[in-house]
Design a binder for this molecule. Structure first.
Ligand code: PEP
Length: 273
């Protein structure tokens, strides 16, 4: 198909009744890997088709695959093998909020997930921990699974304040929605210094923080901590994904730049075991 062609696909054909993950209280679950692509403000209708075609030919039944394209492309995804998610939602249910998109709207076009608290939104749109917590609550009310992003800027890491910083990001949400509802989230650890920079955390650096996140949750509920899917994000590529995903507390990835190449994204999905 020539670049710029419009792909005509039926709207709203996707079923959106996938239940949120059940609340778990026992410490015994094998966590399923999840790889999510965050296209940010990139991509086009042709990429929707290319990604669907590329992933359709692969055996990816062992993991959850999620694509979070810009809002206008959400309804163009038709594959039942790929879940879709928004990159943001409003903290409000509806109303006079020009330019905003509600959780119900995301659900209506087939989303099961929504990214909340991405560092680019925290920086560009001044999203505070409190606002992020409100958005998580809103997403849950609309039966979307929040992909909650946490992660430290370089200066925080260098100042030795990494763990306090991540704990504060998590606690704002836990205290707002309660620990039991944390079972309905996926957490993405995304060190800000690794996002879009080509600098990836080493497997050891990622594992250290993922373990901290799991232990932090475990102080309140060991079952929820054990079952939590914790993704790593920050310059993941097909070439470094296997090392990152091999870490015991890394359950997959949130992928920015590399999700714009269907072949690279497929390679990353295949690295998730
Ligand atoms: C992201 O934006 O969530 C991300 C991880 O980006 P990148 O993979 O490009 O670093």
């Amino acid at each position: 198909m020539p670049a710029g062609s419009i792909i005509s696909r039926p709207l709203f054909r996707r079923e959106t009744n996938a239940p949120l993950r059940a609340k778990e209280t026992e410490v015994n679950t094998m966590r399923r890997p999840l790889v999510a692509g965050n296209w940010k403000m990139n991509g086009d209708l042709q990429l929707v088709m290319q990604v669907e075609e590329c992933l359709a030919e692969a055996e990816l039944g062992h993991l959850d695959v999620v694509i979070c394209p810009p809002f206008p492309y959400l309804s163009s995804f038709t594959s039942d093998d790929i879940a879709i998610g928004g990159q943001n939602l409003s903290q409000y249910e509806s109303g006079a909020h020009t330019g905003e998109v509600s959780g119900k709207m995301l659900k209506a076009v087939g989303c099961d997930y929504v990214i909340i608290g991405h560092s680019e939104r925290r920086a560009d749109n001044f999203e505070t921990n409190a606002l992020v917590a409100d958005k998580v609550e809103r997403a849950l009310a609309d039966e979307l699974t929040p992909l909650l992003c946490v992660g430290e800027p370089l200066e925080i890491r260098e100042a030795g304040e990494l763990f306090e910083f991540i704990a504060a990001q998590l606690d704002a949400v836990i205290e707002h929605i309660g620990i039991q509802d944390m079972a309905k989230l996926v957490i993405a650890y995304e060190p800000v210094w690794a996002i879009g920079t080509g600098k990836t955390a080493t497997g050891e650096q990622a594992q250290e923080v993922h373990k901290f996140i799991r232990e932090h949750l475990a102080k309140r509920d060991a079952g929820i901590a054990e079952n939590m899917q914790i993704l790593y994000g920050g310059s993941v590529k097909a070439s470094n994904a296997a090392e990152l995903f091999a870490q015991p507390d890394v359950d997959g990835g949130l992928i920015g730049g590399a999700s714009l190449s269907p072949q690279d994204f497929l390679g990353i999905c295949q690295a998730a075991k």
